[in-house]
Design a protein around this ligand. Structure first.
Ligand SMILES: [Zn+2]
Ligand SMILES: [Zn+2]
Length: 826
């Protein structure tokens, strides 16, 4: 039987491709990872070659004659083969189809910029040509052997027909390429921030209040995706005039890039624990070996300096660095430090950039022009071919888990990249996840790589050699002689005994007053936005609910709306109770808006601002608020977890937690862990400068382990308590979890589908323990009924049998989602 050379191509789902991999005939030299254009029905689509092999008609299962050929390559857009391997790993681990796993790696914003290129094949095959074809060949020869087809410069239908006929005879070749980007006008000066960050800090602190436009422009430049910009671009970025740009130039805060000679500030000298950590990571970079590390250091202990030193070593070795942060919008300070150290080699991956700029960034990384890539979890899919270091900062953050397909966890992928590129992976945290710390403890006990599966995630089967366990590196002290803040717990139940409790206890009020008196700043934290989380009828007790979801509506006072935080539903607050027609509807509970209002009334001399997702929705509002807080213009910042994360404000000496209980009351086995992490993080915002800090935690659960251990900054005590709980209840790291979520508009259909899922999985018992199906904690969301099943299996067990059992099961009107190692069980 005759064979033919074929390629499997995963189509870009965004360009209309489906979830399947399609097979095409290969007629020209081709490699795995290459970007190609292929016919799909009557259209064409972009795809990535995932496999090349020889196949017979029997292998294919359809006649060779109906096999279509690849239309052409797309020059300069192929993925490194490591990225294709990565997608394959993600597909296996998350039980996703390969194109879904490959989608985040696809070059962004390409379709609009593609040009078709026709070129003559040399030497020319000996075929008789029609007169028209001879004419086309003559024109091509005059143009240097190629013809470009682009918008506004279309070829005639007859020419195209001739070209296609000659392509089929192998006389011309069709390919695609990216239209060149318009170069900036020649002679226009490029500007950048001075590499002297101390100078910028000093300006922000001393002059920021008097010159808000300049301060804002500086802050925006620190977080901008490019280092070098023209004056016009800077004006647009800061929404400022020429005068502001001139003033910044005169002050030496902006400099012409021609004036900068490899200007890199002198980095701080590491302390002894930092040096030990640096040495360990550097050794593994030099040995070109995969080694996972946990860098466990209290807030403010200088983890970033360890990352930066290790990154410098990887770059010296001619390799690339991937630096992950939980949220890029809150990473301006990390970006500024990377730029200060590594200059224009730093690329920032933002998902909200315009497509053209995203593509330019992507190409810079692919071409190796940018050797340090910083971004949120999707940066794991950047076209990096030669990694020397992967950093996952704040590894415990739940934003590292992707909550839509492919539902991967960044830590697992980071480890895969470490194995694939033979380089170290550094997970950093002050409050590591229980799973991570557990593995690091095992690693401590057995420092040599062991041949058994790790406690978390991937089974050892995917690795060619035994998977090394995490090596623990500890930074026990705050750097630069700053001390950890003193934490006070305030029992809110006492307030209730004496009547109606105040929003802020007396102690916290007095401390705020004293702090403002010393011209220092305050952060007030409450993990709940809106004015009030409920609106309740005082006559019949009716609670206003979202008509689409089984959740209560929040009251947003500023825009006088009731809103659902799960779907986009919003409505004006009704005058009367829809149930009893009573007039006594009242907001109940406390959200950030209410805290802002109360505190502003309490301290009328001080500017109070709020930072939460409602504020950050307005473009530029996040940076503006942070800039004004940094300059000291804002005295009190009220916010949700946004204020807890990664921000370093040396002048903040007091942090108040309005209610520690919000996250404790969530029915999830991780709620104690998350509460501790949040409390520690927000507490860690206090006293990062010279002055000592203090923290007041208000709570209805003063005896809760999460609260007590946060007060003592005692991570290990909480970890040990949680580990006992997890062992008894059979949760990670002792068992592996898979959540099967079913949702649909018909409740009956969801019920019968969930029963069918259970039936299909029944054969996997007893290795896999089946819990449910039961209704989800939020049983209806966006008009869909939801049920789920929780599967438990031994740590390190493969999830493949679950995928096989459910393969091809697609009930009508019901979506079945398999979430491996889930982070959200609501
Ligand atoms: Zn009522
Ligand atoms: Zn809703």
């Amino acid at each position: 039987m005759s064979t033919v050379r074929v390629a499997d191509v995963a189509l870009d789902p965004r360009s209309g491709g489906a979830d399947a991999v399609y097979t095409y005939r290969v007629e020209t030299p081709l490699t795995v990872g290459e970007a190609v254009f292929v016919p799909i029905g009557t259209r064409s689509a972009l795809g990535i070659v995932t496999q090349i092999y020889h196949a017979t008609e029997e292998d294919l299962g359809f006649p060779l004659a109906s096999l279509k050929a690849i239309l052409g390559k797309v020059e300069g857009l192929g993925l490194p083969s490591a990225v294709v391997d990565l997608a394959r790993f993600v597909a296996e681990e998350t039980l996703s189809p390969l194109p879904v796993a490959l989608a985040p790696a696809m070059p962004p914003g390409v379709r609009e910029r593609l040009l078709t290129c026709w070129s003559l094949v040399e030497p020319r095959p000996d075929h008789p040509l029609t007169p028209l074809q001879q004419e086309v060949v003559r024109v091509m020869e005059e143009c240097g052997g190629t013809l470009l087809e682009q918008k506004g410069k279309k070829l005639s239908a007859a020419t195209l027909r001739s070209l296609r006929l000659m392509r089929n005879k192998g006389i011309v070749r069709q390919s695609l390429r990216i239209a060149p980007f318009t170069e900036r006008r020649k002679g226009e000066a490029m500007l950048r921030l001075t590499p002297d960050t101390d100078r910028i800090e000093a300006f922000l602190k001393k002059e920021g209040k008097r010159r808000p436009a300049q301060a804002l422009t500086l802050m925006r430049l620190q977080g901008a995706e490019r280092v070098q910009l023209t004056a016009a671009e800077i004006r647009a970025l800061g929404a400022v005039t020429e005068t502001t740009v001139k003033a910044l130039l005169e002050a030496g805060l902006l400099v012409r890039t021609d004036d900068v000679v490899a200007a890199v500030a002198r980095p701080p000298t590491p302390n002894a624990p930092q040096q030990l950590a640096i040495d360990a990571v550097v050794e593994s970079i030099r040995n070109r070996e995969f080694r996972p590390f946990l860098l466990f250091g209290v807030t403010g202990s200088g983890k970033t300096e360890v990352y930066l030193r290790a990154a410098a070593e990887a770059l010296r070795e001619g390799r690339q660095v991937l630096y992950l942060v939980p949220e890029i919008a809150l990473a301006a300070q990390a970006i500024a430090r990377l730029r200060e150290r590594f200059g224009r080699g730093v690329a920032v991956l933002h998902s909200d950039l315009p497509p053209t700029e995203r593509l330019q960034n992507w190409l810079r990384i692919r071409e190796g022009e940018a050797s340090v890539v910083i971004g949120a979890r999707s940066a794991l899919f950047a076209p990096l071919g030669n990694l020397g270091l992967v950093v996952v900062d704040e590894e415990h953050e739940s934003s590292y888990k992707q909550e839509s397909a492919p539902r991967y966890h960044a830590k697992e992928i980071a480890r895969f990249l470490g194995r694939r590129h033979r380089c170290p992976v550094v997970l950093g945290s002050a409050t590591p996840s229980v799973e991570t710390f557990f593995e690091a403890e095992l690693g401590e006990a057995e420092p040599l790589p062991q041949g058994r599966p790790t406690a978390i995630g991937a089974p050892a089967a995917v690795a060619e050699e035994p998977e090394p366990l995490l090596t623990l590196l500890t930074l026990p002290h705050r750097a630069a002689s700053a001390r950890l803040p003193e934490v006070f717990i305030e029992d809110l139940t006492e307030g209730y005994r004496g009547g109606k409790p105040a929003l802020l206890c007396e102690d916290l009020q007095q401390r705020i007053e004293a702090t403002l008196g010393r011209r220092e700043q305050v952060i007030l934290f409450l993990n709940r936005r809106a004015y009030a989380p409920f609106v309740i009828c005082r006559d019949c007790g009716n609670q206003m609910q979202c008509p689409n979801c089984a959740v209560s509506l929040s009251y947003h006072r500023r825009d006088r709306k009731l809103r659902c935080h799960h779907c986009d539903y919003q409505t004006a607050p009704p005058e009367n109770c829809p149930k009893c027609d009573g007039l006594r509807l009242a907001p109940f509970g406390v959200g950030t808006e209410k805290v802002e209002e109360t505190v502003a009334a309490m301290f009328p001399q001080t500017r109070v601002a709020r930072l939460d997702r409602d504020v950050a929705r307005r473009k530029g509002a996040l940076e503006e608020t942070l800039a004004a807080f940094r300059s000291g213009e804002i005295g009190i910042l009220v916010g949700t977890q946004m204020v807890a994360k990664g921000l370093d404000f040396p002048n903040v000496t007091l942090v108040g937690v309005i209610a520690a209980d919000v996250s404790l009351n969530i029915p999830d086995f991780r709620s104690s862990e998350r509460t501790f992490q949040l409390l520690s993080q927000v507490a860690g915002r206090a006293g990062r400068g010279q002055a000592a800090g203090s923290v007041v935690i208000q709570t209805f659960n003063p005896g809760h382990p999460s609260v007590i251990t946060a007060q003592r900054h005692d991570y290990v005590a909480l970890y040990e308590a949680l580990l006992r709980e997890r062992r008894e209840a059979g949760y990670p790291p002792f068992q592996r979890l898979v959540n099967v979520l079913l949702s649909g508009e018909s409740r009956t259909a969801v019920f019968s589908a969930s029963d069918e899922v259970r039936r299909r999985l029944a054969a996997l018992q007893p290795e896999v323990q089946l819990l449910g199906p039961v209704d989800c904690a939020v049983e209806r969301l966006q008009n869909r009924w939801r049920r789920h099943m929780l599967l438990k299996m031994p740590a390190g067990a493969s999830v493949a049998p679950i995928g096989d059992a459910l393969l091809g099961y697609a009930p009508k009107g019901v979506q079945v989602v398999v979430d491996v190692d889930p982070y959200n069980l609501m």
